[in-house]
Design a protein around this ligand. Structure first.
Ligand code: GSH
Length: 188
């Protein structure tokens, strides 16, 4: 199967982690989402996945599909799924602000972008209060929070100073070979 994406995207990173852990046959096709060529997905976003006739356009169904195809589970617990969704909401706001700022918008001059900044801080506080996994026992909610927080540090989009649990989660995740091997290295 083919995963289309960039090496800096946290959503793509989570898909890569699931694929690396799956033992399945897959390849990554690197895409520049900011280039002139429209990617082959209606969302105009990455990741997307092709497996024969199947096309998936969002990281959540991609991770679920890969896990289940490999005989693994994808977040059966509602509260854990909620934490996964909080990390997605954090990332959606942080990435939108990143792209809007890059396009020249003053984030402090707009009520809606200020609300998104507040949302990021509130979600970080909530995620910081969650229990931590053991080393080597991360589930997909843990991975989603970890790739999101790591992306925020990589792009300098938010601080986790004083958020000791989130810092500890990154330390635990860094001891996971697939998390470490999928870290973004390109400053694009
Ligand atoms: N809900 C989507 C979000 C994907 C997403 O926001 N991808 C970003 C890259 S990290 C993107 O392609 N952004 C381009 C744009 O918004 O134009 C998912 O989980 O896959």
């Amino acid at each position: 199967m083919k995963l289309y994406g960039s090496f800096t995207s946290p959503y793509v990173r989570h898909c890569r982690i699931a694929l690396m852990q799956s033992g399945l046959d897959w390849e990554m096709v690197e895409l520049d989402i900011h280039g002139n060529e429209a990617p082959g997905t209606p969302t105009l976003r990455v990741p997307f996945l092709e497996d024969g006739a199947l096309k998936l356009t969002d990281s959540t169904p991609i991770v679920k599909y890969v896990r289940e195809k490999a005989g693994q589970v994808f977040i059966p617990d509602a509260q854990d799924l909620d934490r996964y969704c909080l990390a997605n909401t954090l990332l959606d706001s942080a990435i939108n602000l990143f792209l809007l700022e890059r396009s020249g918008l003053d984030l402090n001059a707009n009520a809606y972008t200020r609300r998104q900044q507040l949302r990021i801080e509130r979600i970080l506080a909530e995620l910081d209060s969650a229990p931590l996994p053991q080393v080597g026992e991360l589930d997909d909610a843990d991975y989603r929070v970890a790739v999101g927080v790591a992306w925020g540090q990589f792009r300098n989009r938010f601080s986790i100073d004083g958020r000791d649990n989130l810092q500890r989660l990154l330390d635990i995740a860094d001891q996971d070979p697939t998390f470490a091997d999928s870290a973004p290295t390109i400053s694009a």
